[in-house]
Design a protein around this ligand. Structure first.
Ligand SMILES: Nc1ncnc2c1ncn2[C@@H]1O[C@H](COP(=O)(O)OP(=O)(O)O)[C@@H](O)[C@H]1O
Ligand SMILES: [Mg+2]
Length: 363
């Protein structure tokens, strides 16, 4: 059945008359559409939110609205344009931040920000620098938002929770794969204590809980035509957590010279120049509010998030490939090895990474 997109768009408080509603890009998580209106009225983004990943959606929308309002106020105080430098959520006709259709699908609308540049990937130092500025600026704008958000992704980047799953899956070993991956299991076990020690600092507040974005891909940052950061979008994953998770995950994805499922491991390594450029951009925006403990663990967070991903791929392999989509029986094992190669490359360059952090920390 073809969804009647115009009917859905009409459920929201839009200015002007709808001209057309058509798909925009290829989001992996949500279905995204653009609503065009006639004349001078603005365009809008319409999204079907993925309720299988985020739950409950109403709480997620409350989180997003809280963050957007906070950023808007900041932008106004700084003399900026709150309609371009922040996301504007458009409520439904009944005042809710979403509309639930007859098939129990959740829809949400925000203002379309015109004349922006979005990059698909950050494979050059210049773009990595821009990405660092984007995520850093976002974190900086919400650094004084003290009210906690609803945790819509329990266990996210929580290694204690992952180890619980790990123990369960190893005990179950449903396909008898465990015996074939004893080296890989040792990779995990050898680093377990280090990782738990870091997470303890988050749990006991030594590393502060702030607002993190949790989807730091560069295509979630809109730039203006001059190339300056305008606005960070895709706020579905905002959480109260450590901001180090954003830094670490960005470095896991930006710096990898190979594909996540690269078979030829000689192609996989951490690109230190990309690390340097991102860190510079990031710290230009965030150095003013980060604590000494956060600086101390910034480079470590890249290893932490990469390690977590090695663990998740391996765990899914042993569990019989239930979580990640796979193209072959060994796909998750290939991913495990490629991600581990990246982790090793970070471990080899760890001293350099810390030097870079220290150099930009005192700018
Ligand atoms: N408010 C907006 N203004 C302009 N473009 C937007 C806006 N929101 C989303 N987009 C475009 O749509 C794409 C997908 O939206 P996003 O919220 O990131 O969805 P997904 O969760 O599927 O990644 C973005 O990468 C961006 O190019
Ligand atoms: Mg996105």
């Amino acid at each position: 059945m073809k969804t009647d997109l115009i009917k859905i768009a009409l459920q929201f408080q839009l200015d002007g008359t709808i001209d057309e509603v058509k798909p925009l890009g290829e989001g992996f998580i949500n279905d995204t559409f653009i609503i065009k209106t006639k004349g001078d009225s603005p365009s809008y983004i319409l999204q079907r939110k993925n309720k299988n990943i985020f739950s409950p959606i109403p709480a997620m929308m409350d989180n997003i609205e809280k963050v957007c309002q906070h950023i808007k106020n900041k932008v106004k105080q700084n003399g900026g344009d709150p309609l371009r430098e922040a996301m504007t959520i458009i409520p439904a006709v009944d005042g809710k931040l979403y509309w639930l259709d007859e098939e129990e699908e959740y829809w949400a609308v925000c203002l379309f920000i015109e004349d922006t540049i979005a990059y698909e990937a950050a494979k050059t130092p210049d773009l990595a620098f821009a990405g660092g500025k984007g995520i850093g600026k976002f974190q900086s704008l919400v650094s004084d938002l003290k009210e906690p958000l609803v945790n819509i992704l329990p266990g996210f980047h929580d290694i204690r929770y992952r180890f619980k799953q790990w123990d369960e899956i190893l005990a179950k070993d449903p396909l008898g794969r465990k015996a074939m991956v004893s080296d890989e299991i040792a990779w995990i076990e050898n680093r377990k204590e280090d990782m738990l020690n870091f997470w303890k600092l988050v749990e006991n507040g030594t590393i502060p809980t702030r607002i993190s974005h949790n989807d730091t891909k560069i295509n979630n940052i809109l730039f203006d035509k001059k190339g300056d950061v305008l606005c960070v979008i895709d706020l579905d994953t905002v959480l109260s957590s450590t901001v180090l998770n954003d830094f670490g995950d960005a470095m896991r994805t930006y710096t990898n010279t190979g594909a996540e499922d690269e078979v030829d491991l000689t192609k996989v390594s951490m690109d230190l120049e990309i690390f340097r450029a991102f860190t510079k951009g990031y710290l230009e925006e965030t150095a003013w509010f980060l604590t000494p403990k956060e600086f101390e663990y910034l480079a470590f967070s890249a290893k932490y998030i990469t390690y977590e991903q090695v663990l998740r791929f391996l765990m899914d392999y042993i569990d019989g490939d239930n979580y990640y989509k796979t193209k072959s029986k060994e796909h998750n094992l290939v991913r495990t090895r490629a991600q581990y190669k990246l982790l090793q490359s970070m471990e080899e360059q760890f001293e350099e990474m810390n030097k870079i952090v220290n150099a930009f920390a005192t700018l």
